[in-house]
Design a binder for this molecule. Structure first.
Ligand code: 13P
Ligand code: SF4
Length: 380
């Protein structure tokens, strides 16, 4: 399967030196310029901001959300330009869901996702071939449904769509598993082993019903017997931000703050999630704190920009929010979207130049859209 067109290269080359000029300027000097360019574009543009985005950028977002909410907003957007202050896979998904006249812009093309990079389409195709050779993909085996987390390339979303599978986010992974199990005996879950394991565990599957496929080992490092016994085949991928949280962090914070509520993202390890009070997407984490009574303390296991913002927002309301581990970890790729990149993209648009457009090729788009539409149709 062919891959994705990254950007409009001639346009980018023509504007590159201008971007360098922006990058020399201080953050604060961008505020007025971003606001002015945004106002000039009016309803032609929408700025979407993921919850991990830094403060200096997210304050200009017309809508904020988790991956699921932002993909829904992108699918309903009316303006011509969707500026996605998130990471590459989110902008790709917006382009897949966008109408033909709309253009999606990622202010810095280097804003990728290390987890999404852990599953390459050629590795996934090789895995599928091995599973077919082991007799697991056909109707006789009860069917194998490929299911990918939103945090994956468009090519992998298309791979799943074409083989009767779908996409899920951290908000609707359980519903997606139920959807898949209604249609097949087994699930191949890409690329986050932790979200897959946490979801399967929550649905009552036993550890021995799950195996981890290591793309760097022959046959994934698994025997045919182990594969046949599995109901969920987890891809060996993870998020380096969330994998840092450990069960001992939960023990420590509970010892330090009696009554603390531990709220974690499902990209954390199973051992951490099992000790938590609430597991949920970024949107659910925010809602949990919003709905809690005054005086509640929270230790949150997710990206540090969101945690710090929640700390500041809820302190005046008598709610105490800290990071689950002392260090806190930032999503370095999300952080690449700076106010300078946003100002550069917006001011170019005002001049009629589209920079850093994210375009998914038509053949990939078709099946990726099928997989995303299946996700949007299931109840979360
Ligand atoms: P959410 O969908 O919960 O916002 O998560 C996206 C993500 O990348 C978490 O690492
Ligand atoms: Fe990817 Fe992890 Fe960053 Fe989320 S936090 S975008 S999974 S690297």
């Amino acid at each position: 399967m062919t891959t994705v067109l990254e950007a409009e290269l001639p346009t980018q080359a023509a504007t590159q030196c201008t971007l360098d000029n922006y990058l020399e300027l201080p953050d604060a000097s961008m505020d007025g310029r971003i606001a002015a360019a945004r106002a000039k574009l009016g309803k032609q543009a929408i700025i979407l901001g993921h919850h991990y985005q830094r403060d200096e950028v997210i304050r200009f977002a017309d809508a904020t959300g988790d991956s699921y909410k932002l993909s829904k907003i992108a699918s309903q957007a009316v303006g011509k330009y969707i500026l996605f202050c998130g990471v590459h896979f989110m902008a790709e998904s917006a382009d897949i869901l966008a109408q033909p006249h709309q253009q999606v812009i990622l202010p810095d093309l280097n804003a990728g996702c290390s987890m999404a990079d852990m599953a390459d389409i050629s590795q996934v195709e090789a895995c599928w071939d091995s599973l077919t050779a082991a007799g697991l993909t056909g109707a006789e085996a009860g069917g194998l449904i490929p299911l990918t987390y939103m945090n994956s390339t468009a090519a992998i979303k298309a791979f799943c769509g074409e083989r009767g599978g779908l996409v899920c986010t951290s908000s609707n992974a359980a519903a997606a598993f139920r959807w898949a199990f209604a249609r097949g005996q087994r699930i191949l879950f890409l690329p986050d082993q932790h979200l897959g394991r946490n979801t399967a565990h929550a649905l009552g599957l036993a550890p021995q019903e799950m195996v981890v496929w290591d793309p760097y080992q022959l046959q994934g490092g698994l025997t045919p017997e182990r594969l046949r016994a599995a109901r969920v085949i987890l891809w060996k991928g993870h998020c380096s931000v969330h994998q840092r949280f450990l069960p001992e962090h939960v023990d420590l914070v509970r010892a330090k703050i009696p009554g603390v509520q531990v709220v974690v993202h499902p990209e954390c390890r199973l051992e951490v999630c099992q000790k938590a009070d609430v597991i949920g997407s970024t949107e659910r984490i925010i809602r949990t704190i919003e709905e809690a009574p005054t005086g509640t303390s929270f230790a949150v296991g997710t990206e540090i920009h969101l945690v710090n913002r929640l700390g500041k927002r809820f302190a005046p309301l008598g709610k105490h929010v800290i990071t689950l581990d002392d260090a806190g970890c930032l999503c370095t790729t999300m952080f690449r979207i700076s106010p300078q990149h946003l100002a550069w993209a917006l001011e170019n648009l005002v001049e009629g130049t589209v920079v850093n457009r994210i375009r998914v090729s038509d053949d990939v788009k078709h099946w990726a859209r099928v997989a995303l539409d299946r996700m949007l149709e299931i109840r979360g």
